[in-house]
Design a protein around this ligand. Structure first.
Ligand code: AHR
Length: 499
């Protein structure tokens, strides 16, 4: 008996490449030092933007970048970040440092151009105004002689930019205003109305969705946003709903060390990461009631590991190191997103450089690609592929992980996978979370396949801060069954030619 069945001839939804998106906030050393060093820096840059960072993000095919927050978005007034004379403000949310606004709208859009990616801008609902948000959209995207288009030209940019993804506030249930869902839902309708499509720029508006398992928030949002009482469809005003879920150790209060952790803490973290599957399923079930044809996308615009801050660092800067454990959190989470392709349109890892589960770390001129960067690199081929669902058999091996509080044990599967097909090729991701080696077997039905190549990511210990990525020859097919021999705690991608 194999572990799972993959039907090669069944149609599936497309895995949006935007699931592999990233998030950069004015927090700690993410923007300043991480992405932006200023034009006078000896570090090679374009208008102050680090070219090594741009190159490394292009290598993983970054599909979109969310900015300027996070919590910072609801404290950010975009006019502070344009023109010659920019005021300083206090970033009281993150480290209580002075923000000089030298990285603003034009710098972000230059970064987007250098990356060849799509911008996802989060507007300010918490402390801003409807007019302020409406004008930002106009400033960015309007082509004629409107007041905001003129202001943009005065600041050196003639042509409008294309900005599709637009967040209407961030964590409005918390740092974004501590609102009740009823209040935010009405504001979302109001702000959504005044964030207009200019010319051929069509916005994809993303309403602030729930914190983790706040199903009541999703229910209220979908009921309010989904019934506009004007004969309009929900998708006329909103195209996306966000969800935030972070992975930590035993609990939010006991996040645990990034690098010094016990096997038990590894299991807590993996159970927490795997919870993403349950969260997406449950929020999606509520969304289905109001949007049965699944036109509103779930946008998991903050996810990733969140450990105790690096000893000696500013706790408000959210600095952490990474190990193989972070890489496995990423591989399992990306599988979950792929497998929910029918609802998850976009996701954004927190946060691109130097903060939380960053893909890159900078130290002066030095740039390091983290274990997580490698997982994104290996996953690239899934973007825009057609999902081939992996059907696990009922006796899939699990480990029971107990939690503090009333939640029942998590029955954490030890094997995780996702598969996509494109241009006659299938890409299969498989993660082995077990502390022992194992062979995963897949019954390939409805076609024939031959192994064309593969790569393996692992390390000699879970706590290793460096992972190895090597060619993988542990996959073979016999009698229509694909066998993948995986070392302990490892992640493999296998390419198959389909006939
Ligand atoms: O990513 C760090 C913070 O986590 C974000 O600013 C906020 O939205 C979330 O609480």
């Amino acid at each position: 008996m194999t572990d799972a069945v993959i039907n090669l001839d069944l149609p599936g939804p497309v895995v949006s490449r935007h699931q592999h998106g990233h998030f950069a906030e004015h927090l700690g050393r993410c923007i300043y030092d991480g992405i932006f060093v200023g034009p006078d820096s000896p570090i090679p840059n374009d208008n102050g933007i680090r070219l090594d960072v741009v190159e490394a993000l292009k290598e993983i095919g970054i599909p979109n970048l969310r900015w300027p927050g996070g919590c910072f978005a609801d404290d950010y007034h975009w006019k502070d970040g344009i023109g010659e004379d920019r005021p300083t403000v206090v970033n009281s949310l993150w480290g209580d440092v002075v923000e000089d606004n030298s990285f603003g709208t034009h710098e972000f859009m230059r970064l987007i151009e250098l990356l060849g990616t799509e911008p996802y801008i989060c507007g300010n609902v918490g402390s801003g105004t409807v007019q302020e948000m409406s004008q930002w959209v106009e400033y960015l995207t309007r082509g004629d002689d409107s007041p905001m288009a003129r202001l943009r030209r005065e600041n050196g940019r003639d042509e409008p930019w294309s900005v599709k993804f637009w967040g209407v506030g961030n964590e409005s249930w918390g740092c974004g205003g501590n609102m009740r869902p009823e209040h935010y839902a009405d504001l979302a309708r109001q702000y959504g109305t005044y964030c207009r499509d200019h010319g051929d720029n069509t916005l994809y508006r993303i309403a602030c969705g729930p914190n983790v398992d706040d199903y009541a928030w999703t229910q209220t949002l979908m009921a309010t946003v989904g019934d506009l009482g004007c004969g309009c469809r929900p998708t006329d005003h909103f195209q996306g709903l966000s969800l935030h879920h972070y992975t930590f150790g035993r609990s939010w209060e006991q996040k645990g060390s990034a690098t010094e952790f016990s096997d038990d803490e590894y299991w807590y973290a993996m159970a927490n990461a795997f919870r993403m599957d349950e969260l997406i399923s449950r929020h999606a079930a509520i969304m289905d009631v109001y949007d049965p044809t699944r036109r509103i996308g779930l946008v998991v615009d903050e996810w990733g590991t969140w450990w105790e801050p690096e000893p000696g660092s500013n706790p408000g800067f959210l600095v952490q190191r990474q190990t193989l454990r972070d890489a496995l959190v990423a591989s399992v989470t990306l599988d979950i997103f792929h497998n929910h392709a029918d609802r998850v349109f976009m996701a954004n890892l927190a946060q691109t450089v130097n903060v939380l589960q960053a893909v890159l770390v900078t130290d002066g001129e030095k740039l390091t690609r983290t274990p997580t960067w490698h997982v994104f690199k290996l996953n690239q081929g899934h973007g825009d592929g057609e999902l081939l669902p992996v059907a696990w058999r009922g006796d899939r091996a699990v480990r029971a992980v107990a939690h503090d509080g009333p939640r029942p044990d998590t029955q954490l599967p030890l094997l995780h996978a996702s598969a996509t097909r494109r241009d006659g090729r299938m890409l299969l991701s498989v993660t082995n979370l077990a502390l022992e080696a194992t062979t995963a077997t897949f019954d390939l039905r409805g076609g024939t396949a031959t192994v064309a190549g593969g790569q393996l990511l692992t390390a000699s210990d879970l706590r290793d801060e460096e992972v190895t990525v090597t060619g993988f020859d542990g996959a073979s097919i016999a009698g229509g069954v694909l066998s993948v021999a995986l070392p302990a705690t490892s992640y493999a991608v296998i390419e198959l030619d389909l006939a």
